[in-house]
Write a protein that binds this ligand. Structure first.
Ligand code: S3P
Length: 452
């Protein structure tokens, strides 16, 4: 049997037309979770049909929640109320999804029954102590494999609301604590070292829970009732980011991205690209389901290197792979600091991007919390001495970032291990081709994928 294991990416044409990217991953996860523990029905429109978010829906089905999928991008969640979930005898599989695992750890810590969360190889290596410790401070009991999944969450614990000061700026941790706080006695207040995306807070409010929040701080009280509602999921800015950079880099491009989610805690890349000289215009701004959205028109522009302002780092935490590609094509050097979190994402994104860009002929100096990327000419890895297959290490955003890099490289760029693109952006390759990308599937037997 031949399986698609990679892509061969190369220059295509200038990017034109309109692109609609799939729904936001963070919002889709949360809509299923809150819908499941609400009273009544929640209708989700624009749900991301990705492996990560489908894993979350499958887990809640295992926990006794009826979730209908009448059509692509639509879910109808029949909520069972705060205390209506049922134990699953089998482990709950989060796949590659860190968001599912960390948020569910908080939510399950408040249940009357025990649960076990498992993940794929990558997720089983990611740090979980950072979520276990703050939850333990509320009274949760969670066993791990030396700080990693599988996580065994003991039910029937008495949770007590408290003040939790997080040491890592992470929306996943904040959200886990807030979800556990729904089951705690009294008030739970989370303080972050730097504000992160606030979807859990906004959505709790939309479900009728009095959650108070301001940048960097959020408070919930235990024992309330969530009421089923309608959730409109905006297009995912993190998926749009690949097209933002591609259209900026490829000469002659003029691309319209439709109705992209513009939550200010997500759009750090936009600010940084503009500082680098990008030409991106916001059009048709509106508010959809409580979230700002707009069309983004991107025209080709020559970028120049900058020092990425540290305050933007949490607001673009998923966009560094593609920023590194933009930086590799800029005039001069771009320096990133304060981004050590990148080392514990789906892969070590600093190391993996550095290896890949070097094999395209780019000079890059790694530091523990970032890198300096020296802009230059990208050579297809098949042309560059020492080049070969770019390994994405099963990391969706690495694979897509190198597909973009190939659009301005001389020669082909074979990219291996791309199946996980389906976790966040199913159909990326087809959509990218429609916009003008040069990108074709490669199979195990393809000689190009065996080079290097
Ligand atoms: C997410 C938060 C971020 C982000 C992830 C989604 C969320 O992770 O990288 O893709 O939905 O809360 P951290 O909270 O670990 O930074």
């Amino acid at each position: 049997m031949t399986t698609t294991t990679g892509w061969i990416a190369a220059r295509g044409s200038a990017l034109h037309g309109e692109v609609i990217v799939p729904g936001d991953k963070s919002v889709s996860h949360r809509a299923i979770m809150l819908g499941a523990i609400a009273e009544g029905v929640t209708r989700i429109e624009g749900f991301l049909e990705g492996e990560d978010t489908r894993a979350t829906a499958a887990i809640f089905r295992q926990l006794g929640v009826r979730i209908e999928a009448p059509s692509d991008g639509v879910r109808i969640v029949h909520g069972v109320g705060l205390h209506g979930l049922r134990a699953s005898q089998d482990p709950l599989g989060c796949g590659n999804a860190g968001t599912a695992m960390r948020l569910l750890t908080g939510l399950l810590a408040g249940q009357a029954f025990d649960s076990t969360l498992v993940g794929d190889v990558s997720l089983s290596q990611r740090p979980m102590r950072r979520v276990i410790d703050p939850l333990a401070a509320l009274g949760a009991h969670i066993d791990s494999n030396d700080g990693r999944a599988p996580l065994r969450i003991r039910g029937g614990q008495l949770l007590l609301g408290s003040n939790i000061d997080l040491t890592v700026a992470s929306a996943q941790l904040k959200s886990a604590v807030l979800l556990a706080g729904l089951y705690a006695d009294g008030e739970t207040r989370v303080t972050e070292p730097h504000p992160t995306r606030d979807y859990t807070e906004r959505m709790l409010k939309a479900f009728g829970v009095p959650c108070e929040f301001a940048p960097g701080i959020a408070t919930v009280r235990g024992g309330g009732t969530l009421r089923g509602t309608e959730v409109h999921v905006p297009a995912d800015f993190s998926s749009a980011a690949f097209f933002l950079v591609a259209a900026t880099l490829v000469p002659g491009s003029d691309l319209l991205l439709r109705q992209v989610g513009m939550n200010p805690r997500r759009t750090g890349l936009l600010h940084v690209l503009r500082l680098m000289g990008a030409n991106i215009v916001e059009e048709a701004a509106s508010v959809q389901g409580g979230e700002p959205v707009c069309d983004l028109r991107i025209r080709h522009a020559q970028l120049h290197g900058i020092e990425v302002p540290v305050e933007h780092v949490p607001d673009m935490i998923d966009e560094f792979p593609i920023l590194f590609v933009a930086a590799a094509c800029a005039q001069g050097a771009t320096t990133v600091r304060g981004a050590a979190e990148l080392r514990v994402k789906e892969s070590d994104r600093i190391a993996v991007m550095a290896t890949g860009l070097r094999s395209l002929g780019i000079r890059i100096d790694e530091t523990p919390d970032g890198a300096s990327i020296h802009g230059g000419n990208l050579q297809g890895s098949t042309l560059h001495e020492g080049g070969g297959v770019i390994e994405s290490h099963g990391d969706h955003r690495i694979a897509m970032a190198f597909a973009v890099a190939a659009q301005v490289a001389d020669g082909e760029v074979p990219i291996g291990d791309v199946a996980n693109v389906a976790t966040s952006f199913p159909g990326f390759d087809a959509l990218a081709r429609t916009a003008g990308f040069g990108l074709r599937d490669a199979w195990t037997a393809d000689p190009a994928l065996r080079r290097g």
